[in-house]
Design a protein around this ligand. Sequence first.
Ligand code: NAD
Ligand code: PRE
Length: 366
Amino acid sequence: MKQTVLVVGLGLIGGSIAMNVSKKEDVFIIGMDGDEDTLNMALKQGVIDQAAFNFKEAVIEADVCILATPISITIEYIHRLENIQLNKPLLVTDVSSVKNQVLEAANRLNNPLLSFVGGHPMAGSHKQGYTAAKPHLFENAIYVLTPSIHANEKEADRLKALFSETHARFLIFTTEEHDEMTAVISHFPHLIASSLVHQARGWEETHPYIKHLAAGGFKDITRIASSNPKLWQDIFFQNKDLLISMLDDWIGEMDKIKTYLSENEKEKTFKYLSDAKLYRDGLPVKEKGAIPAFYDVYVDIHDQPGAIRDVIGILAEEAISIKNIQILEIREGITGVLRISFATSKEQLKSKQILGQYHYEVMIQQ
Ligand SMILES: NC(=O)c1ccc[n+]([C@@H]2O[C@H](COP(=O)([O-])OP(=O)(O)OC[C@H]3O[C@@H](n4cnc5c(N)ncnc54)[C@H](O)[C@@H]3O)[C@@H](O)[C@H]2O)c1
Ligand SMILES: O=C(O)C(=O)C[C@]1(C(=O)O)C=C[C@@H](O)C=C1
């Protein structure tokens, strides 16, 4: 039997989820979004079957409701669910980056027809809105589920089945576990990235040329500072207590390095850097998330017209499909590195071998 799925918020995350759910034949998707252009695009592309403008009416129609709005709005929608007269069971999930207040609201729901399983796909982008949504966003990513007191394993399994086309890997955590881990691996790094940008901007007053010197390192570590400030304001305040305590840890960590430097502790500094390298190099490369997943090759190319086209052409000839491509650093007249990502290690190894035959210098990061 066809199930009706309501997606509220068709932005980067909601749009990407809807693109996956719509691949399933037994699903009818109702989409709702505050932005009319978004609804029209999703309808035109067949990502949703119907547009809704009234939350209550759409909820009554639905078997599953996915709340993919900014966190504070998601919490408001959860409160509104309580006052809707349902005539069939409704499974509700969300995609919020912080879970404590969302689950608090969900646990307070009293309608026995409602069940709630929190969700958070650990993949995203600094871009926002439906135009940034893509069906492969969650491929190989971890998708965390946090069941409320009104849900059991069966409901979590229903969501896994509904989201099977995302090719994400589902893990179940408690709200506390989720919020602590994401504070460390996502929210706090974001705060640091923004602070580094502020530091550079401050130095620009005395060194106006500073931004032209920003090469791979600065751009890599601060990419996420270009994300939607409204979304991150929400995330910071939802996870405020943990972020404040992590700031204390971080200040202690900075004090330690300050002491190493001021006391000329070269060995300790080396160990500090090499311990960090060891841990960073050991992060899982096959999983997407904080660190891009995929199977990458690094190709050294020269800064000359057609250099990238030549490399892509060789791979296309061999029918090897590229998942992502990025220029890491090309300076005028100097060689640069092209990072090409593949979905499988077989394609990665084959590309290395073929490009090697064309005398390209190709490296695979271990
Ligand atoms: N951006 C990421 O990397 C990322 C990753 C994982 C989870 N999340 C979570 O996903 C959620 C959405 O973030 P996003 O990045 O997709 O943001 P987004 O801005 O791309 O999308 C949000 C969408 O919600 C719509 N919207 C806003 N208010 C609404 C309302 N009252 N009713 C209906 N629609 C409304 C907007 O028009 C927009 O289309 C957030 O809760 C965020 O924590 C984000
Ligand atoms: O890749 C990015 O731009 C992201 O910020 C994605 C990211 C992350 O921190 O890894 C951001 C927030 C989400 O809740 C999950 C994923």
